[in-house]
Design a protein around this ligand. Sequence first.
Ligand code: AHG
Ligand code: MN
Ligand code: MN
Length: 337
Amino acid sequence: MYSQVITLNEFIIERQADFPYAKGELTRLLSHMGLAAKVVNREVNKAGLVDILGKAGDINVQGETQQKLDVFANEKFILALKGSAECCGIASEENSEIIKFDTELAKNGKYIVAIDPLDGSSNIDVNVSIGTIFSIFRRLSPVGHTATEEDFLQEGARQVASGYIIYGSSTMMVYTTGRGVNGFTLDSSIGEFCLSHPDVKTPQNGTIYSINEGNYIKFPRGVKKYLKYCQKKDPQTKRPFTSRYIGSLVADFHRNLLIGGVFIYPKTDSSPKGKLRLLYEANPMAFIIEQAGGMATDGDGGRIMDIKPSDIHERVPLYIGSRNMVQKALEFMKENK
Ligand code: AHG
Ligand code: MN
Ligand code: MN
C-alpha cells in the first residue's frame, strides 16, 4: 500500500513559514544536523565490526590511529556545522572552551549550537542505545564577528530549536522549534529521516520512574520519600510504578516522552549541582518536554529554562517528564526540606 512519506528536509522546509524572521538559515542548520546524524549513525552501527570502540589514540588493524566514538561524533558535528554557514560557534561537552568559527562564511552565521555529541558513553561498548543532544540559539554578538562566550550563556527559554538523535533499535531524530515536537525515523533503505511521530504529546501521568538508585543513600530526603511513594501500590493500577534506567539520558528521556514517566538526576551531598549539564542536556530536553506538554525543573521548583548559565559546562539537578509526576516529586521535595 502506498502511503505518503514526508522526509525531514521536506518537513523543515514546509515549516519555514513559522519563522518569518528567519530566511531559511534555521532550516538549513537543522538539515545539516540531520546529515551529520546520518554519518554518526553509520559509525555507531558498524562500531561492533571495526575497532572504533577502542580508546582514542590506539592503533587499529589498518595501522590508523583510532578515535573513540564520542571524539568521532564530536568532529563530525563540528565539521557539519562549520560548513553550514549558519552557525558561528559551538559549545561541546567534549571541548573545554567554546569553538569560534573563523571563516568569513561562518562569522556571518546567525546561530550558535550547544551539543552533547555522544550521550550515554558508558553504553557504547555494550550495544545499548546512545544519542546526540543539541540546542540552538540566535547569537547575541554582531553578525560578521566571531562568536563570544556570552552567546552561549543565554537562558534556555531563548532556544530557537533543540533536539536529539537516538541511535537505538532504530535511529530517530526528535526536535522542536517551539511549535510542538516531531519525530523522524531513519529509513536506512532510502537514507532519509521520515516523519513517524508527528506532534508528540507526552502523557500527563505515567508509571515509569528513572533514576540511578545506586546513589540512593546520597539522595535528598524528598527524593528518597518520592521513591518510596513510587514503590507503593498505585490505587488505580494496583501495582507499584515501574523502574527503568538505561543510563543514557537520550534513551531514558525518549521512552518516558512516548509512554509517560519521570526522569530524575538529583543533587547529592557530593555533587550539589547533580551531574547533568545545563547547556547540552537539561536545556534541550526541557524545551522538548515543555513543547510536548510536560515539565522540567531543578527539584527546588525552578524552571530549567529560566536558569541563566554562568559557565558553559555548568551542571544542574534535573526532574523532567510527565507533568503530574514531576509535580508530585516536587511536593515531596518541598515537604522534606
Ligand atoms: P555522557 O555520556 O554524555 O557523559 O552523559 C551521561 C549522562 C546521561 O546520559 C545519563 O543520564 C547519566 O549520565 C548517567 O549517569 P549515572 O551513570 O551516574 O547514572
Ligand atoms: Mn550526556
Ligand atoms: Mn557526551
